[in-house]
Design a protein. Structure first.
Length: 148
């Protein structure tokens, strides 16, 4: 009985450590890549929201408060906690739903960012990949053109 309890606690510790390591690696400052449908890197987003182009030049940042700023720190828009996307004038541009579905200001379906990082447009064609990139960040990049 004691051995069974010890083994159970040991297994919980291993699971917790594995989760910690997985989250830690994804958030430890490593940039995650945004790729086009040919699987070529077109940008990367660092764990702090910094966005860099394929030449590694700083092109903007998505801040934890939702502000989206360009390389000159000019406000481009905002990603609200409810998924609403707003431009620099606070006008509604669209929405990123919790399942990765992206809609425009008229509520028309633009596409979706899937859990595995695949990004598909409204015709269900793959337009890119964003593995390990937060779903909302990938949606901002592919569907709202803040970082051209």
């Amino acid at each position: 009985m004691i051995m069974h309890r010890l083994m159970k606690h040991f297994m919980k510790a291993i699971v917790a450590f594995s989760l910690f390591m997985a989250v830690g690696v994804a958030q430890a400052g490593y940039a995650q890549t945004i790729r086009n449908n040919s699987n070529s890197m077109i940008a990367k987003i660092e764990s702090d929201g910094t966005v860099r182009n394929s030449s590694n030049s700083y092109i903007g940042r998505i801040y934890s408060d939702g502000d989206i700023r360009d390389g000159s720190n000019r406000l481009l828009g905002k990603l609200c906690s409810n998924g609403d996307v707003r431009d620099s004038s606070n006008s509604y541009m669209g929405k990123i739903e919790s399942d990765g579905t992206v809609r425009n200001r008229s509520n028309a379906y633009l596409g979706k960012v899937y859990q595995d990082g695949t990004v598909r447009n409204s015709s269900n064609s793959v337009i890119g990949y964003a593995k390990d990139v937060p779903m909302r960040y990938a949606a901002l990049y592919f569907f709202f053109d803040f970082f051209d």
